[in-house]
Design a protein around this ligand. Structure first.
Ligand code: C2E
Ligand code: CA
Ligand code: CA
Length: 552
């Protein structure tokens, strides 16, 4: 290589501080340098091609091309030098020249190219690392960071609002994992992603968030087709065909939405879809957002308020309508200084797995109150407390309950546990175990909201419970001839089975008359009392008989 060329290269090195120069500064110097070299070697144009070997973006983004220098003269001869950087990238430098080079010139070009390849490797490695951080190599698709980056690009181009974000989760993934084994499951997931890629257009994209969670950017006009495709995708493995279904939350991106907001809304919709057993695909709506905000707010204040005893226990008497004497009571929680009712916050606490704390808190307060009533010389009646079906998952629940009761030295027969009928549909075995344990400790058990679940009869057949509480909806509609027949026969059956029976939500005398007529002699409802503050309930305990209720 001539001294002149060597000087050009070393002045390039001198001008570029490679450690911290920005790529564009590097590129600028490169351009200047090639212009100088071209005066000696006579080429008219230099093109650099950077080829990345992965293409999960389904576009030609992996091929980057820079024209470093071009003096717009038609060149017939192209000299190409390439270099491979690890397995991930190739770099090519192409020199265009009007005339043919001799051997010496060709050698010079090779040396110059090698010189730049070495320098270039810094940039390439950066790019490869950048690429690697954006890619899930197992499925050859963008990972979360890649998905965010792609969304960001769409947003800057003002195109994000033309897309729908689909947040999806494979159904029965654990089962698939078991079926094919943990080694082949990666292969199945990869095939799944490939299959989805096949129905996507170039500008659409599927990426993996991890495990069996994926996000798709689908163009709004294609959403129906894509969802239709996602209903079931058959994946062929060595041994069998596996049909894969998914659940998805879907969000149609609005003009003002950021990528983050779009993801969040789609994931909220997915969380809802997981709760609703009947639908696999759910579009996001404002209602969901409001519910989520409320849930967050509730969870945020709940633990503090519980610690500070900001929950009160109210008592609603249960009455024997044959003599109008209070025969029991139900404890119902109230959030002090909050207008929100338990009908709203209890299901939210159930979802967040916080309900056990509340139920045990209520139980503890009941025990304290019973002790206080006894100490004041009053004869307490049995108090029912609501135990959420979600708590049945806890194998130590019965023990925790009896520990609290023993702490206050209360006779367990003063206590009754109400569990909703729907509990049996979800975890029948847990329910059976819990009932048998709790009864061994001397408490009684009632089934709440009876008749609205799907397994009422099965429950009567299999469970050893003390009382059935007929759901308020039957009592509300007692004048409807069909409902009349149903309640009558339910009551009959329960009486014949020698199980206790009580009707809830009794508001008018006619309901009492009807219930008495069909053999249901215990009721609870506003007709007698609303849930009472402890002080008012205390007064009620002193006089258990209701004098003013009209009797037929
Ligand atoms: P639930 O266990 O079915 O309780 C009966 C609900 O009906 C109570 O509502 C009660 O105030 C109301 N009610 C009683 N009689 C009448 C009536 O004549 N007419 C009308 N319209 N309503 C009547 P509340 O207190 O708002 O509780 C709602 C639900 O919240 C309860 O339904 C129960 O599922 C849950 N809950 C309340 N306290 C607790 C608790 O400490 N733990 C758990 N896990 N759940 C609770
Ligand atoms: Ca109840
Ligand atoms: Ca009920």
């Amino acid at each position: 290589m001539s001294d002149e060329l060597k000087n050009i290269l070393s002045s390039f090195l001198f001008n570029v501080n490679l450690d911290n120069s920005e790529y564009y500064a590097f590129k600028k110097e490169l351009e200047i340098c090639y212009k100088k070299i071209s005066k000696i070697l006579n080429f008219n144009k230099v093109k650099i091609q950077l080829q990345l070997k992965y293409d999960c973006y389904q576009s030609n983004k992996n091929l980057k091309e820079f024209i470093l220098f071009d003096d717009n003269i038609n060149s017939n001869n192209v000299y190409e030098y390439s270099n491979k950087f690890s397995n991930y990238a190739n770099v090519k430098i192409l020199y265009y020249s009007k005339k043919q080079f001799n051997q010496e010139q060709i050698n010079d070009l090779r040396k110059i190219s090698d010189f730049f390849f070495k320098l270039f490797s810094n940039y390439v490695i950066d790019d490869v690392i950048n690429y690697a951080t954006l890619t899930d190599f197992m499925v050859d698709a963008p990972n979360l960071a890649g998905l965010y980056q792609y969304g960001g690009i769409l947003k800057t181009k003002n195109e994000l609002q033309n897309y729908t974000v689909i947040y999806l989760n494979l159904k029965d993934f654990k089962f698939i994992n078991k079926l094919v084994g943990s080694e082949s499951v990666n292969d199945v997931v990869k095939k799944y992603v490939d299959s989805v890629k096949n129905v996507l257009e170039n500008s659409e994209l599927i990426g993996r968030l991890g495990g069996d969670n994926f996000v798709i950017y689908a163009r709004k006009e294609n959403i129906t087709n894509i969802l239709d495709y996602l209903k079931e995708i058959k994946i062929e493995t060595f041994e069998k065909t596996i049909p894969i279904k998914c659940r998805a939350g879907i969000y149609e991106v609005g003009e003002k939405d950021t990528v983050n907001e779009a993801f969040e809304c789609a994931s909220i919709a997915l969380a809802e879809a997981k709760k609703i057993k009947k639908t696999d695909f759910l579009f996001f709506d404002e209602e969901m957002q409001n519910r989520l905000m409320l849930a967050k707010e509730i969870c945020f204040t709940f633990m503090d308020d519980l610690k500070n005893e900001k929950f009160d226990v109210f008592y609603q008497p249960k009455v024997n309508v044959l003599n109008n004497i209070m025969c029991g009571t139900e404890a119902l929680v109230r959030w002090t200084n909050q207008t929100i009712s338990p009908g709203i916050f209890v299901p939210i606490l159930e979802n967040e797995n916080l309900i056990e704390e509340l139920d045990l808190y209520v139980l503890e307060h009941i025990c304290k109150d019973i002790l206080e009533f006894i100490n004041n010389g009053l004869e307490p009646v049995k108090i029912s407390t609501n135990i959420s079906k979600n708590n049945l998952k806890d194998p130590n629940l019965a023990k925790k309950i009896i520990t609290i009761i023993n702490k206050y030295n209360i006779d367990p027969s003063y206590l009754d546990i109400e569990i909703t009928e729907t509990a049996s549909a979800e975890n029948f075995e847990d329910l059976v175990r819990f009932i048998s344990e709790i009864k061994k400790y001397g408490l009684t058990v009632s089934i709440d909201d009876f008749g609205i679940g799907t397994s009422s009869l099965n429950l009567l057949k299999c469970l050893d419970v003390d009382t059935i509480k007929i759901d308020k909806s039957f009592i509300d509609n007692f004048e409807n001839p069909r409902e009349k027949i149903i309640i009558k026969n339910i009551v009959n059956m329960i009486n014949e089975l020698d199980i206790g029976i009580i009707a809830e939500g009794v508001e008018i005398v006619e309901q009492v008359d009807f219930l008495k007529e069909i053999g249901c002699n215990y009721v609870q409802g506003y007709l007698f009392d609303k849930p009472l503050k402890k002080e008012d309930y205390y007064e009620r305990l002193k006089v258990k008989k209701y004098e003013k209720v009209p009797v037929k």
